[in-house]
Structure formats: C-alpha cells, structure tokens
Design a protein around this ligand. Sequence first.
Ligand code: FES
Length: 360
Amino acid sequence: MISIPSTEKRWARRLGNALATPFTPEDYLALFNPLHSARETRARVRQVVRETDRAVTLQLQPNRLWRGHRAGQHVLLGVEINGVRRQRCFSLSSAPSDPYPCVSIKANGQGGVSDHLVRHARAGDLLVLGEASGDFVLPGPAPERLLLVSAGSGLTPVHSIAKELLASNQELNLVWFHFERRYQDLMLASSLRDLSADPRLDLRVVLSGEPPRAGDLQGRLDEHWLTEQQVDAEERTLLTCGPAGFLDTVIGWHQRHGRAPLLHERFQAAPVSAGHGGRVVFARSGGEMRTDGSVSLLEAAEQAGLKPQHGCRMGICHTCKCQVKRGRVRDLNSGESRELNNEAIRICIHAAEGDVEMDL
Ligand code: FES
C-alpha cells in the first residue's frame, strides 16, 4: 500500500475544499449519494412492511456513522414534509443482532411524522437518523425470569428486547402479556409468531375489543389482573411499556406487589393537574403570550408562531432543550415547580408557572 505523507494529505484536503467552495467535497459527494454524509447519520428505507392498515415497519440502511443500538432504545427520525424537516422519536423494533435496524410506526391521526411515514414512506426514501438513546435496556447479564407487559405501540421496544434475549443461548423464562384492542391492530404479528415457537417464551395477546383465539386472553388491565394470572408475576423482573394510563396501572401494581426490579418506558407525558400558567416572553423574537398551566412552553412558542426544534414531545430526546432566562416553570410529569435563571430545560415537558422569559 502507498502511504501519503500527512502534510500532503492536508494540502490535498485544502485544495479539495478550495475547489469545492462554497460547498465542501462532502456536499458534492452527497449529490451523487445522498446517504453519504460526514456529519449526519442518515438512513435509506430498504423496505416498507405494511403491518396493519394503520402501521408500517421501516427497515433502514444507515450510513457509516450509525453506531448501532441496544435492545429497547429509541431514535429520532427526521423527514422532510412539505419542504420542512420534521422529526419524531421512535423505538427500534429490531434486535441489535438483526442485519438492519427497523422502526415500527403506528399512525396517530395527528398529521405529523408518524402519519406521514405510515402513508407515504417508500423504499429508497432518505431519512435523518439520530443516535440511539434511552435507558429502557436490560442490565447485563439479563435476569432469567422476566415479565414483559406492553400495550399498543409499547410493543416495539419490548419486541426488540425479547428478540435479542431469545437470540442468545441464555436460560430464560419469559412471560409476555401484550394488550391490544383487536388482532388487526397488532404490529409485528409474524415476528411474534416466530418468537412464540421458542419454548422459553410464553406470549399471550390480551384483547379488549373482540374474542381471542386459542392461547390468547380477553380482558383489560386493572390493579388485580397481573396477580390473577398465576405466573408468579411478583417474583419476576418486570419490563413494561405503553400509554400513560396503562403504565400507571402496572407501576401501581408493582409498588404494591412486586418483589423484583421494574424497568419502564413511558410513551406520553403523564398528565397532571393544571398549574397556574403565566406570561411567556420570547426574548429574541420579541413576542409574548399568556398561557394556562397545561400548555407546555414548546406549545406556547408554536402558538406564538415560532418553530423551536423538537422531536418526541415527551421529554425523551432532549432536542427541544432551550434556555430559560428567568422565571418559574412546572414539570408536567412530576408537577414540581422551580425557579430558573439561565438554565436549559426540555420545553416540551415544562409549562410556565408565572412570568417566564425564554431565549427564543
Ligand atoms: S421534544 Fe424530545 S425532549 Fe422535548
């Protein structure tokens, strides 16, 4: 192999940059291969699998900046909608050992990124892909006896975890209850069938809206349901993910009965009673508005016509972090309020609790 002295390499790079001005060589490479970027993790959609009439799985081919993920983590996906880049957080449904990362997405009818991807994503589309993050991951080595409890889209990170565990040779005893209204709403059905063939997994789909097939169950989760299942639920490490009310029920049950650790992932900010609200001043853009205590600072800024960066809108991705110059804010998850002085906070999960001045 011929080695190029580092000074010459530097000169060659400078010459490349000079010739390419005002664009960098990276920009020109991206013209030929949009997946190419030295700065941004991007992914091409390899395949779109239609899961239900309202859900798809996107199999992604990331560029070389992708550093992989741990089972249970989420990513920020960015997509251009009507010329504006929008982003949202999605849990990965694939296992880290799968050849390609996948996200499984349900339309939510709000006209945002989820709805757009379910309706319009096609093989070959280019997406911006954030780094995988999140603490909903199993400690290693994984406990042998686990109870997985999921509902709706909460299926996706739990699927990733179950798939990764079952891909190992580890001794396991997994019980998994997944709650859904009807079979036709169930994502990843064929993968769930494959996983169920493993004798280490006892998977039951629990339906609330129609009679179940053999082996599945009918019902709704309440505070007694898990105790009634005769699966020594109290003794198992519990992993749970789903909508806020569902999660509150599982966590409440665990507080009263659980004797093993609990891991959970919340898909919505927990609703708390409204606070006082207040006047929000946007220092850089010069606007201001009055909010009630249930409107997040992100929503307040949007209502004032601003477009702050954001992703998940649930406090997970930290994309919306923004400086509060001064003022009292309330955490919409915990209900706690505190006085801030030049501090960056996630504005999607904080509301004004008095007059607030933001660096926006
Ligand atoms: S938008 Fe993700 S933390 Fe606020």
